[in-house]
Write a protein that binds this ligand. Structure first.
Ligand code: FAD
Length: 646
């Protein structure tokens, strides 16, 4: 094995430049995580932990109606079996006003705040998760959200009432060649000679809601400038076509499809945000938009806990309820602590969106990454505790007279949450970029291989001035008792968070000195830093929440403290391992072996099972329209076409 280190390719440089150009660089509002990365533990930003405001009667009424509708009209097992929504489900949601939950009342919506909307997502997380994705794709990342953030008054007036009345919308970024990396976006928008419109051509893949959507937000490259812009597109327009309905391992009812655009005329008034700033529209939309997933996964995890608690107390093996056997009791304890932590994170992030003066982008990314990763383990443990019944389908369980508890459906639904709305790796990269941001601002010139010696020398005074105070202060914080005495039994864990945040900031600094220009390629190092930050953040939230509940005289305060204790103990072990692995690891060796695997050096190991029967070249993605060209252009697919295509 040769020691190899990937060199940045031109394509990679271009991708990074595009993302960098669309990055929000300014930080005008508070962010706990932004400061934590620099070793500033700003307790005042999370303490007192924000508790929800008393529930508004209008919301309570909607919540109860929605819940009743789910109970009577939405059968998740039937939907999973037929892979579609029966007549009545979508119409019922429209009648309830559910497509306008996040739309202000002045435009005919329900005007729910983020916390209220997340409560609906949590409800669906324990019932029919495809509907959660449908509603979220329609209004948390679909048209209403970018419209509220970037739309003109005329656009809002035209489209928000339509969305509130039930026009389903979708957010179309992904293409066959474009997943996590938007730089290769191939859908084009060509400005017409009179400047009054754009002509859209291209194809979008895996678009949630596509087969039902009336309205789309489409990211396309302006062929005159080469820059990416966002457009409002109506699916009824000439040239928009659903090419295929996609099917997935889970979320089987959720309508998802491939859309093509052939010479679609988009009026200039439908440009969303500035021309050339489409990637920024997409990234900013996703900031709060991705907060649905922490709530959906939170609801799912809570249901897992209920299933495990009840099942483990009645299922007896070897003379005891299975929950009494230590292996299972430990799973139950960890699950309860994790659910408490997931909820603390999701509630905090939602509350911060609703309060002014807080920049949510890092916290939302952390909530998305952390909750979607944790829920996978929670569901996996649930399947283990349910044993064979966990693996059995609900229909089969019901047919032989047992309660239809759908753990296998949960597992199938949960997996994709780590892939869409920012894959876990991309969330890590996004957070890592912000973790080193201040260092790059101050000392970027010194580590940038493209900067000349003169620029490096010019930067030196600024670098010395900053680090002369910053670095010693990362050693000198006060992280010992009694600073946090008001937190009682949890104070020592808060001390740990304070000390560890400074240690993490120092480690980030050392990483920068050691790897310099190569730091952005040291993903194992950077991802560990992000994981440490996320663990510290969640620990701190569990502690402040438990404290707040105690201060409020909540009857669950004692239990909350116990769960926070357990979570912190577990988390500290994970953090200590992460710190150790920062400097003692097999990263370089492993990377070399990985590259060897790619080069085929270990292909001998693959002999035995049936061959895949494909070369790597034959696995390259292809455009759906190219494959299905014989259908003829320009016609919108009917429901029948969609059904036969699938
Ligand atoms: C059910 C479903 C619904 C969806 N809904 C929508 C929608 O409504 N609208 C829309 O636009 N898209 C949608 N998508 C697409 C989704 O957003 C993408 O799947 C996602 O962005 C990942 O892209 P990809 O699958 O092409 O993976 P790729 O980008 O090919 O990545 C493959 C793997 O490599 C990792 N990876 C990629 N780059 C790096 C890197 N630089 N460093 C480390 N790891 C890396 C990724 O994290 C991933 O694990 C949906 C997808 C699914 C499955």
């Amino acid at each position: 094995m040769k020691t190899v280190e990937a060199k940045p390719s031109d394509a990679e440089r271009e991708s990074l430049q595009q993302v960098e150009a669309s990055r929000q660089t300014e930080w005008t509002e508070h962010s706990f995580l932004r400061d934590l990365f620099l070793g500033n533990f700003r307790l005042s930003l999370i303490h007192p932990y924000p508790l929800a405001d008393p529930e508004r009667p209008a919301f309570t009424a909607f919540y109860e109606k929605f819940k009743e509708f789910l109970r009577t009209d939405v059968d998740p097992v039937h939907i999973d079996t037929i892979g579609d929504y029966p007549d009545g489900v979508i119409d019922g949601l429209k009648r309830l006003g559910a497509f306008g939950m996040k739309i202000p009342q002045e435009y005919g919506g329900l005007g729910l705040n983020q916390f209220e909307y997340n409560k609906i997502m949590e409800l669906l997380g324990g019932h029919e998760r495809g509907l959660a994705v449908l509603l979220s794709a329609s209004q948390a990342i679909g048209l209403p959200q970018p419209l509220r953030l970037f739309g003109t008054a005329a656009q809002k007036k035209k489209y928000l009432p339509r969305c509130a009345a039930g026009a389903i919308s979708a957010f179309a970024l992904t293409e066959t060649g474009v997943g996590s990396d938007p730089a290769a976006l191939a859908t084009t928008a060509e400005p017409t000679a009179d400047g009054k419109a754009y002509i859209l051509n291209g194809e979008k893949l895996w678009i949630s809601n596509a087969p039902l959507a009336e309205l789309l937000v489409v990211a396309a490259r302006n062929s005159a400038t080469g820059k990416i812009s966002a457009f409002i597109v109506e699916t009824g327009w000439e040239g928009v076509r659903i090419e295929h309905r996609c099917h997935f391992m889970g979320l089987r009812g959720e309508p998802n499809g491939v859309i093509s655009f052939t010479d679609v005329r988009v009026p200039r008034e439908n440009l969303l945000g500035e021309d050339g700033k489409g990637l920024k529209v997409a990234l900013v939309t996703l900031n709060a938009g991705r907060l649905s997933l922490p709530a959906i996964t939170g609801g799912l995890a809570k249901q897992c806990l209920e299933i495990c608690r009840k099942w483990a107390s009645v299922r007896e093996q070897w003379g005891h309820p299975i929950g009494w056997h230590e292996a299972n009791a430990h799973k139950l304890a960890d699950m309860a602590a994790t659910v408490f932590a997931m909820e603390s994170l999701s509630h905090f992030a939602a509350n911060m969106v609703d309060r002014e003066g807080y920049d949510i982008r890092l916290e939302a990314a952390a909530a998305k990454e952390w909750n979607t990763t944790r829920v996978w383990h929670v569901v996996d443990d649930t399947m283990q505790i349910r044993g064979g019944r966990g693996y059995e389908s609900e229909t089969s369980l019901a047919a032989r007279g047992e309660p239809a508890i759908g753990v296998e459906r949960m597992l199938r639904d949960a997996r994709v949450t780590r892939i869409f709305e920012g894959a876990s790796e991309i969330m890590h990269l996004f957070m890592a970029r912000e973790a080193v941001d201040k260092h790059l601002q101050v000392a970027g010139a010194l580590i940038d291989p493209d900067k000349g010696i003169r620029q490096k020398l010019t930067a030196l005074p600024r670098i010395f001035t900053y680090y002369l105070t910053w670095y010693p202060s990362r050693w000198l914080g006060w992280g010992r008792w009694p600073r946090f005495a008001e937190f009682g039994r949890l104070a020592r864990h808060l001390c740990f968070v304070e000390r560890a945040s400074r240690k993490m900031a120092r480690a980030t600094f050392y990483g920068m000195l050691l790897y310099r220009g190569r730091l952005q390629r040291k993903q194992a190092f950077l991802f560990r830093i992000v994981d440490i930050a996320n663990e510290l953040f969640v620990m701190a939230l569990c502690i402040t929440r438990a404290r707040r509940l105690a201060a409020a005289g909540d009857e669950q305060a004692w239990q909350a403290e116990t769960l926070a204790q357990l979570f912190c103990r577990n988390s500290r072990r994970r953090i200590q391992n992460l710190f150790r692995d920062l400097w003692r690891n097999d990263d370089a060796f492993k990377y070399g072996v990985g590259r060897d695997v790619l080069a085929g050096e270990h292909a001998w190991l693959e002999r035995g099972p049936m061959e895949l029967g494909l070369t790597a070249e034959e696995m390259r993605p292809v455009s759906v329209a190219d494959k299905l060209r014989d259908r003829g252009p320009g016609r919108k697919m009917s429901e029948k076409d969609i059904a036969s295509a699938s």
